[in-house]
Design a protein around this ligand. Sequence first.
Ligand code: FMN
Length: 305
Amino acid sequence: MSEIDLTITIGSLKLKNPVLLASGTVGYGNEISEFTDLNKIGGIVTKSISLKPRKGNPPQRIVETPSGMLNAIGLANVGVETFIKEKIPFLEKLNATIICNIAASTLEEYIECVRILNNENSITAFEINVSCPNVKDGGLIFGNDVLWVGKITESVRKETSKPIIVKLSPNVPKISEFALVVKKEGGDAVSAINTLVGTAFDIYTRKPKIKNVTGGLSGPAIKPIALAKVLEIKRTVDIPIIGIGGIMNWKDAIEFMIVGASAIQVGTANFINPNVSNEIVDGLKEYCKSQNIQNISSLVGSYVI
Ligand SMILES: Cc1cc2nc3c(=O)[nH]c(=O)nc-3n(C[C@H](O)[C@H](O)[C@H](O)COP(=O)(O)O)c2cc1C
């Protein structure tokens, strides 16, 4: 058998393998580079960037839960200007695909961020995080409103010819409706899923363990939900999917690919083993060898029901 082909194509985005680092769990790659080989993986999704720096929420911002963690970081980030000045120089030295994740609280902010960052050659694609706070006119969360997700996709599409991946919220009744609107408005792919809303209370103080009261649940606890969301999209909409949620090892990654993910992202697992993404790449190769699979892309959506 000749060399296993781990390459993956997602619209116009070409990856050397399907393993990506999830936004917010490795900073701008720099936080993890001492512990793992960033050149070996398919790519890095950077921490959500907003137009201006954000301090995020006050602590406590993270708490461990059974088989998972809750976080309410509140999109703390350095902002576009500092990102370009201080973080891009590190990223552009890598032989890795850089996917820049963008968060915003208005439509105009999304547009402006993409417009500025589109000039950076080291950014290969954009991941648009629509599961973040509020719009200008009050209480709506973008990611829970199909019209907003459509509008955001349509608007950022006009600003760039680079691939656009829209990161979907799982906190909706029908995630496939959101994937459909992303496809309709010219998005190249969807990422599924972001964290699920959860909380935890201290039984003695009777106070929430997270200052923000609720946080986003991630880790192995959410894997079955994430798999079901990926499968729902795969069975309904013809759009590439990047699977995320509780991927801890290569077996989890394979499972996501079988239900329909073209690529996967590793998040919470990085906090336990910062080299896990490299190990997943090795595991995928070994699995393909043992199963006589020449091209890993043939696994995508190969489920039998
Ligand atoms: C500490 C922490 C910070 C995160 N920050 C972001 C972020 O800035 N932008 C984003 O799109 N997702 C963010 N996420 C969500 C992850 O990228 C991922 O979608 C989620 O954690 C599920 O994957 P996992 O179970 O492998 O962690 C964050 C997750 C964690 C745990």
